[in-house]
Design a protein around this ligand. Structure first.
Ligand SMILES: Cc1cc2nc3c(=O)[nH]c(=O)nc-3n(C[C@H](O)[C@H](O)[C@H](O)COP(=O)(O)OP(=O)(O)OC[C@H]3O[C@@H](n4cnc5c(N)ncnc54)[C@H](O)[C@@H]3O)c2cc1C
Length: 572
């Protein structure tokens, strides 16, 4: 960290000069870079890893943008009033991270940003049917407010293609869009799901035949943004970590980084944006800020660069923080690699429940991953629920497909390794898992009694459009609840992993970082998981996190670039 006293603006000490320095090449960073460049700014993006795109590139790539132009083009009703009411109803009063000014900035600018990206050739489509995660709360949207990128031929990037973080679809070998992936696992459950799955397979085969590298999800998003950035002469430096913020007269005027192994000082005439992600993989920071969460940063599937040092540099300058114990939680059955579990979808399907060590249910299992993850930590305060157990019956096994298994078959090694437990009766299963035997028996008896009528009086599972959207699409069964009554029975431990942290620097409606006196630290902006999110402690819909980083990246760039009307000299 460069101390304010040590810094100087003497031109001789700068190795490079630009208008705007962007730290981190995820969604917020790339949107900011092209937005500032379009306004005439000379921009450099510093990415510490050799690969570009951060968690955004690895993600589903959906962005939750209420009342966006794509929804309007398709006559899908929405309004800013509804979206604001939804924030009030779900996020509530959570402090300055989600102040009314920041909510309004997010909501009014989101649609504008989508229009700006479309104008630059970034292709995005609506995700119909992917409901808001609190669809039944005031202002919630059943059809959904998410948009995602269309398949994009990565070969258009030339040599840059090899420099992208591996995308989500790559791991399954299919050219599948995120809103299609809901149907892949249900290909045998409805004609619609079958046809969507067939379309995915045909697209994949065609891409191979045509020798295209069709990217989808977050990889398509980052690839498309990178294409615009390259066209706009944005300099993207990889292997270039932020190592210091340079301050003069209480203003951030530049950064220290490393290029080709040598230290470099870059002057930022109009500001520095920190869009360097959170601290999901920093065990020390998570222990310091996570309260009593039994979380050692081992269960996160965020990109490996999510280690929080840029946040630490801003904190050392006096930046305020909030929501530091919060993350985008992701309950992950322990069947293999986190986030790619064979049983990820199970909790949203019929014939399954989650129970704690007492054998009791504690949450609506079909709710969002954020909600279920939070419930696990909350329950763990009184009864062991980290890990908790997923319990299901043999009819479930016979009926459903998973990422790495077809209906009726689980990979043998799941049972052999002991990760999946199997027993002829629920009592024996409970004993194997050290779950209270009587507790589990009573829970399943009560659940079954009501599930037979498609009801869940305890938690209302299956009542919201969101619950149903991710459940079984076969109309002959209830989408989310059915009795668990056909042995043998199965259980698998579930851990509350995450896809990143979402607490961090407090920023205002212009994405300026706030100092200890609540005033902006001049010249310093932040967007994305490095900030305390405008979503507070909730995940409002598919893409809530990517929307948060993209929209505030866009806002930061516009604010920093205001007044730049001339093309500035570019860094080499
Ligand atoms: C598998 C998966 C699926 C997901 N699906 C979705 C989804 O569909 N919708 C959604 O909204 N969210 C999703 N998420 C979460 C979402 O991807 C992230 O929360 C979001 O992309 C974070 O964006 P960001 O811009 O803050 O950070 P990132 O996209 O992570 O970018 C930050 C970048 O900064 C770099 N960096 C860090 N420190 C430094 C430094 N000191 N110097 C230079 N560079 C640095 C990092 O290497 C990284 O490349 C998913 C996440 C994962 C892992």
């Amino acid at each position: 960290m460069t101390s304010p006293d040590a810094a100087t603006t003497d031109e001789a000490v700068w190795d490079e000069e630009v208008d705007f320095v962007v730290v981190g090449s995820g969604g917020g960073g790339m949107v900011a870079a092209i937005t500032a460049a379009e306004a005439g700014a000379a921009v450099v993006v510093l990415e510490k890893q050799d690969l570009i795109g951060g968690s955004t590139c690895m993600s589903g790539g959906i962005a939750w943008i209420p009342d966006n132009p794509i929804m309007r083009q398709q006559s899908v009703d929405d309004s800013l009033e509804d979206a604001l009411a939804h924030f009030d109803a779900v996020v509530g009063d959570i402090g300055p991270a989600s102040s009314i000014e920041r909510r309004e900035a997010f909501l009014t600018t989101g649609g504008e940003m989508v229009g700006a990206l479309q104008r630059r050739g970034v292709e995005l489509v609506h995700c119909p049917g992917y409901s808001d995660y609190y669809s039944d709360a005031t202002g919630g949207h059943d059809i959904g407010r998410g948009i995602e990128p269309t398949p994009y031929n990565g070969r258009a990037l030339g040599p840059w293609l090899e420099r992208l973080q591996p995308g989500l679809a790559q791991s399954v070998g299919l050219v599948v869009m995120t809103n299609e992936s809901r149907d892949l696992g249900h290909y045998n459950r409805s004609l619609r799901s079958f046809l969507i799955s067939a379309r995915v397979v045909i697209r994949t085969v065609f891409a191979r035949v045509r020798r295209q590298t069709l990217l989808t999800n977050g990889a398509s998003l980052i690839a498309q943004l990178l294409r615009v950035a390259i066209d706009d002469d944005v300099a993207v430096w990889t292997g270039a970590p932020l190592t210091g913020l340079i301050v003069e007269n209480e203003r951030v005027v530049g950064v220290e980084t490393v290029r080709d192994g040598s230290p470099v000082r870059v002057r930022a005439r109009h500001g520095v944006l920190l869009s360097a992600g959170g601290f999901a993989h920093n065990a020390e920071m998570r222990a310091a800020h996570g309260g009593n969460q039994p979380n050692e940063a081992k269960w996160s599937i965020a990109n490996p660069g999510d280690t929080g040092e840029a946040m630490g540099m801003a904190m050392a300058l006096g930046a305020k923080t909030d929501l530091m114990d919060e993350a985008w939680w992701l309950p992950s059955p322990r069947t293999g690699r986190f986030g790619q579990s064979t049983l990820d979808q199970a909790r949203q399907r019929p014939r399954t429940i989650y129970v704690d060590a007492a054998g009791e249910r504690f949450v609506n299992e079909s709710n969002s991953y954020m909600e279920v993850g939070k419930a696990m930590y909350e329950r763990d305060k009184t009864s062991r629920a980290v890990p908790c157990w997923l319990v299901f019956d043999d009819r479930y096994r016979k009926r459903y497909a998973h990422l790495k298994s077809s209906p009726g078959r689980f990979p043998k090694k799941l049972l052999e390794s002991g990760r999946l437990k199997k027993a002829p009766t629920l009592a024996e299963l409970a004993e194997m898992c050290e779950i209270d035997v009587d507790g589990l028996a009573a829970t399943v008896a009560y659940f079954n009694e009501h599930a037979a009528n498609g009801e869940d009086p305890l938690f209302g599972r299956g009542e919201s459009a969101y619950n149903r959207a991710l459940g079984d699409p076969n109309r002959r069964v209830h989408p989310c609840v059915e009795p668990i009554d056909e042995g043998p029975f199965y259980a698998c431990q579930v851990l509350p992993g995450d896809i990143g942290t979402c607490g961090g620097l407090l920023t205002d409606q212009h994405a300026r970082v706030l100092g200890s006196d609540d005033r902006p630290i001049e010249g310093l902006y932040a967007a994305g998981n490095i900030t305390a999110t405008v979503m507070g402690r909730h995940y409002l819909g598919p893409g809530a996190s990517i929307a948060n980083t993209m929209v505030f990246g866009y806002i930061a760039a516009q604010h920093a670039a205001a007044g730049i009307t001339f093309p500035s000299p570019l860094p080499a």
